[in-house]
Write a protein that binds this ligand. Sequence first.
Ligand SMILES: [Zn+2]
Length: 125
Amino acid sequence: MAVDYGARSKLSAALRGLMGCCPACGRGRLLKSYLKPVDQCAHCGEAFGHFRADDAPPWMTILVVGHIVIPMLLSVEQRYQPAAWVHFAIWPALTLLLTMLLLPRCKGVVLGLLWSTGAPGSERA
Ligand SMILES: [Zn+2]
């Protein structure tokens, strides 16, 4: 049974989602695997399985990772002008690492925001 939380704070829901926690109570887990949302919170019972974040988490991840990696790449190139193999060794690995770290957090933010708006979700019967 889901608890009525009244007015839902978007900032609080987004921050809880960022931490991988239930946007409603902040105690239960939001994702049961890397990107799969739990059907409902184990602590408060709030349902999340019907939300579909679609392309928003990858879009947000690309936006953030791109704004981290590209300025670093250009700065290193301007200051040190390393050989091309150095660039090929560093930037794809850093991009992959940041993407793997940020993608579930971005999904949590999107799910938290969806929940905070009271969106009905696309999978609910
Ligand atoms: Zn909860």
